[in-house]
Design a protein around this ligand. Structure first.
Ligand code: XMP
Length: 543
């Protein structure tokens, strides 16, 4: 649902006035609390660009990802304490591959080049990059020179993660080699005088055993950061910013109960209390207990203004007989906007719209080139006469930081650590044309699965798990008679980024127990199947 809510506005319909750290730094130098210092990740197309930023933030140093097309003037303006060049799939010799003007190495800001970024640094500064006959890939024992600041407290022989074919054959003048492997003569190089550092390997990935230490050395010892990015100060400062921005105005916020919209709503509620109105639309496709939890937490515990809209019949009537998954998604997204818009029109004097946009949404919308396999319902927009300004208090946070923020704000664990749940909800798990009885069977079987996973210690371990029911029946035996009933499919997968996924090895005895419960407690179900398909070839959801 979070995606759905993020998508309710199309760009251009609202005046974008963002609360960002940059604005704050420029306008508010004297304020205490938020990060003053920043490291910039310049993205050259590597798959780990966001991960680098997360790792830097884990060192309590604020970090933003920007495309390599960002101008040098803009970089100077941001006044970063350090810059990191990411990896990328290209070769520096391709005319079409991303490059950066040489002057960046002259501005006096420390730079760390990673993988392609290291080759780019070598190439731009007059070193030599060559293509190896075979790629170096995977865990690699590497000898490092521990007299380098970058390798302070790192073992002289350490395991790193390599993934490259091109390599630095000759370092530029003034540089020295600080690490090598049996096949890679320059696994790291530096010119300490100019604060330029480079690693052929990826310090940001977990497989580089001491990678976090290296990044920490870079941001603290090379860049001189002090580590002023802390969740407690983020919360305090963001609350202050929301108050300042909203003044005596009123904010409307769509609240799905998902992590992002919930944390954003709590932050806004703490900041402006009753000036905030949350709208929770129950489209009938939520999981068991979800609407009740939203009402309990926001209306009763947070004492927030919460409008609960029971739109179950409306959604299910619109969806009746519609079997095509894309069509179902469009109906759910479109109807959601209409319901939300109707509620917005009933309220007087709303001038702000609160949204749970998070940082990856922003980076991805700016850089995504991969064609979406399924439409993730970025449908339509509110009419132009609803002229809102946006309040997006989480727009600079990564998901794990949003969770930390939710914890700091006192949200319950089952909201903060909620597994991902698609915007169209159970609608894409009641396969084909949705009927109320089969939808109820999906909801009940999902509740049993969740309960059993929680009881058996799998709740925090498995990334996503749910049930789906296809629109078929098979014959079984119930009360001594043959009965045609539905099968329930269980899906339980692990993934890092949802692009690929592996199947959880759920203990067989537990699967049998869950099967027994579902077939005995959920009306209309006589079989349970476990989906053994990784992604690819299967997607995570069935529709
Ligand atoms: P697939 O099925 O494409 O899903 O492997 C990858 C992740 O995305 C979620 N998902 C959705 N989320 N709206 C959403 O907000 C959607 O329409 C949608 N479809 C899939 C899915 O649950 C998984 O986490």
């Amino acid at each position: 649902m979070d995606h759905l809510m993020k998508g309710i506005l199309s760009p251009g319909l609202v005046k974008e006035v963002d609360i960002t750290y940059n604005d704050r730094r420029e306008n508010d130098e004297e304020e205490t609390g938020l990060a003053r210092e920043m490291v910039i990740v310049l993205d050259f197309g590597g798959q780990y660009n966001q991960l680098i930023a997360r790792r830097v933030r884990e060192c309590n140093v604020y970090c933003e990802v920007h495309p390599y097309t960002m101008s040098l003037d803009k970089i100077r303006e941001l006044n970063p304490k350090g810059i990191i060049f990411t990896g990328g799939p290209n070769s520096v010799y391709d005319e079409t591959s991303p490059h950066y003007q040489k002057e960046i190495f002259e501005i006096g800001v420390p730079i760390l080049g990673i993988c392609y970024g290291s080759q780019l640094m070598a190439y731009t500064l007059g070193g030599e990059v060559k293509t190896a006959p075979v790629s170096e890939y995977g865990y690699t024992e590497t000898e490092v020179d521990t007299s380098s600041i970058l390798f302070k407290d790192v073992e002289p022989s350490t395991v790193v993660w390599m993934s490259h074919t091109d390599y630095i054959a000759q370092v530029p003048a003034g540089f020295r080699v600080t690490a090598h492997t049996p096949v890679c003569p320059v696994a790291a190089m530096e010119c300490a005088e100019r604060k330029l550092y480079a690693t052929q390997f990826h310090p940001e990935v977990m497989h580089t055993k001491e990678g976090q230490k290296m990044l920490r050395n870079f941001v603290y010892d090379v860049c001189g950061c002090s580590g002023d990015w802390q969740m407690g100060s983020f919360v305090e400062e963001t609350i202050r910013q929301i108050r300042e921005k909203v003044g005596t105005g009123k904010v409307l916020c769509a609240l799905s109960g998902g992590v992002d919209s919930s944390v954003a709503a709590v932050l806004m509620s703490k900041a402006i209390g009753k000036q905030l109105t949350c709208v929770h639309v129950n489209h009938g496709l939520l999981r068991k207990g979800e609407p009740e939890q939203v009402i309990q937490v926001f209306r009763h515990e947070m004492d927030a203004n919460l409008i609960y809209v029971d739109a179950v019949d409306r959604f299910l009537d619109k969806l009746a007989g519609v079997a095509d998954p894309e069509q179902k998604r469009k109906i759910i997204g479109g109807e959601f906007i209409r319901v939300f818009e109707e509620e917005a029109r009933k309220l007087e004097g709303i001038s702000f719209l609160g949204q749970g946009t998070i940082y990856p949404d922003i980076i991805e919308s700016g850089t995504k080139t991969v064609k979406a396999v399924k439409s993730h319902h970025n449908v339509g927009g509110l009419p132009e006469d609803l002229d809102f300004e946006l309040v997006e208090p989480l727009k600079m946070l990564f998901k794990d930081e949003v969770r930390a923020c939710g914890k700091a704000l006192g949200l319950p664990d089952n909201m903060v650590y909620r597994q991902p749940f698609p915007g169209p909800g159970l609608g894409v798990r009641c396969l084909g044309a949705i009927t109320r009885d089969r939808l109820e069977a999906v909801r009940e079987s999902d509740a049993i699965l969740r309960e059993e996973f929680a009881k058996n210690g799998l709740e925090g371990k498995v990334w996503q798990y749910f049930t789906a029911i296809p629109d078929i029946k098979s014959v079984g035996v119930r009360d001594g008679k043959r009965a045609d009933e539905w099968p329930v499919i269980i899906r339980a997968v692990n993934t890092v980024d949802a692009m690929t996924a592996t199947v959880e090895d759920v203990p067989f005895a537990l699967l049998q127990h869950i099967t027994h419960r579902i077939t005995h407690e959920v009306p209309g179900v006589n079989r349970v199947l476990y989906d053994l398909t990784p992604k690819p070839t299967g997607t995570i959801e069935w529709e």
